[in-house]
Design a protein around this ligand. Sequence first.
Ligand SMILES: Cc1cc2nc3c(=O)[nH]c(=O)nc-3n(C[C@H](O)[C@H](O)[C@H](O)COP(=O)(O)OP(=O)(O)OC[C@H]3O[C@@H](n4cnc5c(N)ncnc54)[C@H](O)[C@@H]3O)c2cc1C
Length: 538
Amino acid sequence: MRQYDVLIIGSGLAGLTLALKVATEKKVCLVSKRNVNDSASNWAQGGIAAVLTDDDSIEAHIHDTLIAGAGLCDAEVTRLVAEHGRETVEWLIAEGVPFTREDDDSGFHLTREGGHSHRRIIHAADATGHAVQKTLAEKVREHANIDVLEDHIAVDLITARKVGIESAECLGAYVLDNTTGKVMTIGAQHTILATGGTGKVYLYTTNPDVSTGDGIAMAWRAGCRVANMEFIQFHPTCLYHPQAKSFLITEAVRGEGGILTLPDGTRFMPEHDARAELAPRDIVARAIDFEMKKRGIDCVYLDISHQPADFVLSHFPTIYRRCMELGIDITKQPIPVVPAAHYCCGGIMTDHAGRTDIPGLYAIGETACTGLHGANRLASNSLLECLVFGQAAAEDILSQAVKDVPPLPYWDESRVTDADEEIIITHNWNELRRFMWNYVGIVRTNKRLARALHRIHMLRDEVHEFYSNFRISNNLVELRNLLQVAELIVKSAMERHESRGLHYSKDYPDMLPDAVPTVLEPSNYYSLLDSQHGHHHH
Ligand SMILES: Cc1cc2nc3c(=O)[nH]c(=O)nc-3n(C[C@H](O)[C@H](O)[C@H](O)COP(=O)(O)OP(=O)(O)OC[C@H]3O[C@@H](n4cnc5c(N)ncnc54)[C@H](O)[C@@H]3O)c2cc1C
C-alpha cells in the first residue's frame, strides 16, 4: 500500500493546477491512465476566457455566461469564476505559458468568440491547450514532492463505508497498473477526481480516447450526487472519415463563407434558420442531425471551395494539411462532416471549493458540475473553470489539519481468472456508442430514450458478469464506466420535461418557466455494477 497526502486522478489542466498548488506543502501522487499529456486540455485550441482589460468587466463576463447557460447557471459560482479569471491567468503567465502577444508587444493578444460581448480569450496561437499542458506537465514531472504514475488507471474509490471503517470519508483509490496488470492500493488524506469529460460514450466525439467519464462513474458508485448530465454540448462540424479520429473543423470555416450541403450539393441551413450557416452552434448541430436522421445519410458536407485557393490555404493551413493527408483537397472539394460530442456540462456535484458529498473527496474540471455552465457552456469558460477550481480546492486542502489514514484492504483477485475473450468488450463498446449517438444524441424523444435505457441494461448484465469473473483490464474498466455514465445521461434526460439549452426533446419542445437543475441521488437508483463482486477485500 502506498500512502500520500494528496492523490490526484487525472493530468489535464485541473489536475496539474492542483498538483502544483498543493505540492509546496504536501506529498502528492498524480495518476494518469496513459501519458501525462493525453488529455482534452492538451487538445484545446481557442483559449481561456478571462477579464483582462479595462474596457471589459466582471459583470459583462458574468452576463455572457448566464445568457449561454439558459437560466441554469449558479449565479454565485459564476461570479466566483469570473472574479478569479485574471489571477489564475496571471499564475499561468508566471509559470511560463507562452501566450500570444500583440504585434507591437503592448500586451497579450485577445480574441473574441461566439457568445462573448468582449475580446477576452487569451490564447497561444491556435494550440492554447498544448502550450498550457506542456508548460505545467514539465513542472510537475520535475517537482520533488510529486510522484507521477503514468499508464495507471484508477478503478474505484476507497470509501470508509465500503471497507467497513466507521467514518464517512474517502481514503484513497484502487489503481490498476496497465503495464503489469496489478491493482495497487493508494491511501490518501485527500483524493481528487480530475478525470475530464465523457465524449467517448458517443460514436462521434472531438474528445481524446481518455474521455470515458471514469470520475463521474467512480463518484456515483461511491455515493456522490451527479447533476445536469443531459446537457452534452455537440460541436457541429467534426471531420467524417474512417481514418480521421476526432478532428475538429473550426467554426471559422463557416465564418469565412463555408456552406453546408447534402451529398447532392443542396444547401440546407437557410431552411432551418435565417442566419443559415452562421446560426449558433447548437442550432447548426441540430439542423445537421435532423437532415442526417431524416435521410439516413452518414454525413453532410462543408464546402469552402468557392473561395480562392490561396485564401483557403492561408486561413486554414492545418485543416488543409490534415484533409490532404486523407485525399481531400478542400480548395476543390467539400469536406465531409458530422456533429460530435464535445463537452459535458454536468458531472459530480461540488461546492465552491470543489468538495463533493464525501469528505476528503474533491472533483475539479470537466468531471465536476460546479454550476458554472448551466444548460450550455460558454466557449473558453471550461479551461478557466479548471484553473479556478484547481486553485480553490488546493486552498481548501492546505487549510486543513493533517489526519491519519488507516491501513486499507488490498484488492483481492483470488476468485477471478484471465478473461477468455476480449471481443465482448469491443463489441459492447461499439454498440453503446452507436445507440447513444442514435437515441440520446442532439435531438431526443421519450421513445428513443426508453430504447437506449433498455439496451444499457442488457449490456450492463453482460459487462457485470465479465467484471465479476475476470481479471480487470483498462478497456473493461472504461467500458464499465461508460455504461454507468450513459445510464446517468439517459436518466437525466428522462427527468427533464422541457427543452432548454443543449437538451432538446421533440416531446417537450417548450422551455418551462422555472429553471431547475437535474440532480440524481445515488440512493434513489439501483446503482449500476455497484459492488466489486469477484473482487473481494480481505
Ligand atoms: C478539441 C477540443 C478543443 C477544446 N477547446 C477548448 C478551448 O479552446 N477553451 C476551453 O476553455 N475549453 C476547450 N475545450 C474543453 C477543455 O479542453 C476541457 O473541458 C478541459 O481541458 C478539461 O480539463 P480536465 O483537466 O478537466 O480534463 P482533461 O484535460 O480531459 O484531463 C483528464 C485526465 O484524467 C485522466 N484520467 C481519466 N480517467 C482516469 C482514470 N480512471 N485513472 C487515471 N487517469 C484518468 C486522463 O488520462 C487525463 O489525463 C476543448 C475540448 C476539446 C476536446
